[in-house]
Design a protein around this ligand. Structure first.
Ligand code: C2E
Ligand code: CA
Ligand code: CA
Length: 411
């Protein structure tokens, strides 16, 4: 993975720390390692390089322009290079900067305590090119498309639903799937949803896209029902649709058409979308609930609403954002947030789902904290409906290990 990253810029005022980071990067086989001793030098280096480096490592505490100011300037100048934030300060401070970077629309590969170490840096660089990298990351081979192409792709059913398993954290048994939109291209590459969903939202195509994904997902769930595999499906609901009066009726028709139980469909709504839209959203959400659908608060923890505000909305499920899940076992404040969110949700009788379960340590922590369902790369990535039964056969052999909190061995 690190072969994709041929260049990196390390910004740190301490020569010792800089040399240490350079040595780690060399060990990881990076070819072009640039250094800057402060923000001004970093901006000058960036201005003079023919291509921006693939990744920037930014120290927060620097005399003159500090790391936060530098990041803000990069965002203002649209220099969206993936970042690794590094600091010797407390983890709460580092995390708040991480949140700020995301809010600026930039990608954070990791927020690390200094001195950096090799496994952490390697893991951070590994994330380059992962799913989150696609929103802002500078990919060499970026497929460009216009609204007309997206519309045509929708009409020709080229946008397809893939399914990521959601499993019981006590037993590992599959309980449901999340439908995730995919746009595969003829050359085998894929335009990620983070790129085409916003386009669909801005150009009046999101209603059609949502109904396509929902239609495919409900059809798939119905076929699995017939084979004795009863799963629920979670479908992402764009905030734009929280303003669309026809949507509830169409969703209900879909259930009827495929003869599904309404408890088999959960709509995921991001926490942040409610803040902007509460008035309009409440009517739609209440009606979906009246029809028996499940309602999930997606990406919980990334917005600013309190649980108190959220319980006024008839949610049935709380889905904790992956930034509070992966790595929480060894980051104290993440663990505290995760545990208190789970405690509160359990007391409110909400189903709890943790996304971003990538390691066995993440998994064990969720078992300790009594989370209901887990979803993430440790279990499986999203896959086509045809692939799921094949995966499921293999997964069944891993249940015992998962139940006991052990890493399943590869077949
Ligand atoms: P999301 O709703 O937060 O979906 C979860 C994303 O996390 C998916 O990315 C999934 O592939 C990824 N993921 C799953 N497990 C892990 C893990 O262990 N580690 C990490 N780092 N990532 C993991 P994907 O498929 O690229 O989707 C990105 C976003 O696009 C989704 O985020 C969702 O907001 C949006 N999206 C996808 N499909 C649809 C859709 O049909 N409608 C709407 N409105 N939005 C969609
Ligand atoms: Ca989701
Ligand atoms: Ca999410």
């Amino acid at each position: 993975m690190t072969q994709q990253i041929d260049s990196i810029l390390i910004v740190d005022d301490s020569a010792v720390q800089r040399q240490h980071s350079v040595a780690l990067c060399r060990e990881l086989g990076l070819g072009c390692i640039y250094e800057a001793a402060n923000g001004v030098e970093a901006l000058e280096t960036l201005a003079h390089l023919p291509f921006p480096p693939r990744v920037l490592v930014i120290d927060l505490e620097m005399p003159g322009m500090d790391g936060v100011e530098l990041i803000q300037l990069l965002a203002q100048r649209n220099l969206h290079v993936p970042l690794i934030v590094a600091s010797s300060r407390e983890s709460a401070l580092i995390s708040s900067v991480e949140t700020m970077v995301r809010a600026l629309g930039m990608q954070v590969l990791a927020a690390l305590q200094k001195p950096l170490n090799l496994p952490q840096l390697a893991a951070a660089l590994q994330r380059y090119g992962g799913p989150a990298a696609t929103a802002a990351g500078p990919r060499r081979k970026e497929a460009e498309f216009g609204v007309a192409q997206l519309q045509a792709a929708l009409e020709q059913d080229q946008i397809v639903a893939h399914y990521q398993p959601k499993v019981d954290v006590r037993t590992g048994v599959i309980k449901g799937v999340e439908a995730l939109a995919r746009w595969p291209l003829a050359d085998g590459s894929m335009i990620p949803p983070d790129r085409f969903i916003p386009v669909a939202e801005q150009h009046g195509l999101i209603h059609a896209l949502t109904m396509k994904i929902a239609g495919q997902a409900c059809g798939q769930i119905a076929r699995w029902n017939k084979h004795g595999l009863r799963l629920s499906v979670a479908i992402n609901l764009s905030p734009v649709l929280l303003d669309s009066p026809d949507f509830v009726g169409e969703a209900a028709e879909l259930l009827e058409h495929h003869a599904l139980g309404s408890d088999q469909v959960v709509w995921e709504i991001t926490e942040s979308s409610l803040v902007a839209n509460l008035g309009a959203a409440l009517g739609i959400l209440a009606r979906l609930r009246l029809k028996g659908f499940g309602l999930s608060i997606d990406d919980y923890g990334t917005g600013f609403s309190s649980m108190q505000q959220l319980v006024r909305i008839p949610f049935t499920e709380l889905k904790i954002d992956r930034s509070f899940v992966h790595g929480a076992a060894d980051r104290h404040h993440l663990r505290v947030i995760l545990q208190s969110a789970l405690d509160m949700a359990n007391r409110l009788s909400l189903v709890t789902v943790a996304e971003g379960v990538e390691t066995i340590e993440d998994w064990r922590l969720l078992q300790d904290f009594g989370c209901t369902l887990g979803q993430g790369y440790l279990i499986a990535k999203a896959m086509s409906g045809d692939e799921l039964p094949i995966w499921l056969r293999r997964h069944t052999q891993h249940l015992r290990a998962l139940r006991e909190g052990r890493m399943p061995s590869k077949p």
